[in-house]
Design a protein around this ligand. Structure first.
Ligand SMILES: Nc1nc2c(ncn2[C@@H]2O[C@H](COP(=O)(O)OP(=O)(O)OP(=O)(O)O)[C@@H](O)[C@H]2O)c(=O)[nH]1
Ligand SMILES: [Mg+2]
Ligand SMILES: [Zn+2]
Length: 296
């Protein structure tokens, strides 16, 4: 028989598909590999099964979107989680993730966790920086249970992937939100380079879905032309058409509206630095080298 479902987890060549008849363990059939489409957690699929326990993925429905890091598909929001400390916020990584989300038509948002460890008001500064850039920002402490209700409210009727550095508290937050005991790890383990969450997992909550994903720190933005990068920085995009030169790179040209916004504090230095760093890297990539990072 054929059943419709959603891939909620993939481990060791098996995919676990949530259907109205329960969770079915599936081995992906060869043809998807040949087509270069790897089943991804979040995929809507059709499963063939005899006993409603084991089966095989027969078809993958066309995706709304997909990301490689974290490997998820069909999401509404990428909730980037950062910690005040242990580990320190990596704004360069956050900005790259926001660009990749926007490029794929996914809403980006930020969750600043571990605010119980904030002794210098760092959380407020970070919040202001990203709110000024146009993003929704949540401030939480999974340890103390603070800010979780506000965060939960934004997940309603949406599919949200939680992503970010290892140890920021993604699984800790999602343990509270889902009521599921997700594995969390102490920070000494993370300092040794060990991630706690090893697999992407899609979890149904009362009104919506959330993904817990493994932490990562390396990420490259490649499939964007340098001269289009500004579109994925909302506060820079606002300046479009206001510079003296058309096609201004907003880096070294005179009378640049973005540089003015930077001087006036309407574009933050760290966001601008991220823009410049990404721009310089993207400029080195030739068009023919630009592979698609979407959908495969
Ligand atoms: N002080 C404090 N510690 C926290 C908070 N949230 C999580 N932690 C701790 O941080 C450590 C890492 O938390 P995890 O939830 O495993 O982090 P993760 O982001 O899921 O990490 P990976 O699965 O490796 O990507 C654990 O020891 C948590 O107890 C918080 O709000 N405050
Ligand atoms: Mg985790
Ligand atoms: Zn400019």
């Amino acid at each position: 028989m054929l059943l419709k479902g959603t891939i909620i987890k993939g481990i060791g060549g098996f995919y676990y598909v949530d259907t109205t008849d329960g969770i079915i363990e599936c081995r992906a059939r060869g043809k998807f590999r040949k087509n270069d489409v790897l089943p991804t957690v979040g995929d809507k699929v059709i499963v063939e099964t005899e006993d409603k326990k084991q089966g095989s993925v027969k078809e993958i429905e066309k995706r709304r979107n997909s990301l490689i890091r974290p490997a998820v598909s069909n999401i509404d929001t990428l909730m980037i989680v950062a910690a005040i400390t242990n580990p320190m916020p990596d704004t360069s990584l956050i900005d790259k993730m926001l660009v990749i989300a926007a490029k794929n038509g996914i809403q980006g948002a930020l969750c600043i966790n571990k605010i119980d460890l904030d002794s210098t008001g760092e959380a407020e500064k970070l919040k202001e920086c990203y709110e000024n850039a146009g993003y929704k920002v949540f401030v939480t402490s999974a340890e103390k249970g603070e800010g979780i209700e506000e965060l939960k409210a934004t997940l309603k009727d949406k599919t949200t992937a939680f992503a970010g550095l290892s140890g920021v508290g993604k699984s800790s937050i999602l343990t509270i939100i889902t009521g599921r005991e997700l594995e969390t790890g102490d920070t000494s383990r993370i300092e040794r380079g060990k991630h706690t969450t090893r697999h992407v997992e899609l979890i149904r909550i009362e009104e919506g879905y959330v993904f817990d994903t493994p932490g990562f720190s390396q990420l490259e933005v490649e499939d964007i032309r340098a001269n289009e990068l500004y579109k994925y920085f909302p506060e820079i995009e606002k300046c479009e058409g206001m510079c003296r030169f058309r096609g201004c790179s907003h880096i070294s040209e005179p009378d640049c509206a973005v540089k003015e916004a930077l001087d006036e504090g309407n574009v933050s230095q760290s966001r601008y630095d991220s823009y410049v760093k990404m721009y310089e890297k993207l400029k080195l990539i030739k068009d023919w080298e630009r592979g698609s990072t979407n959908g495969k």
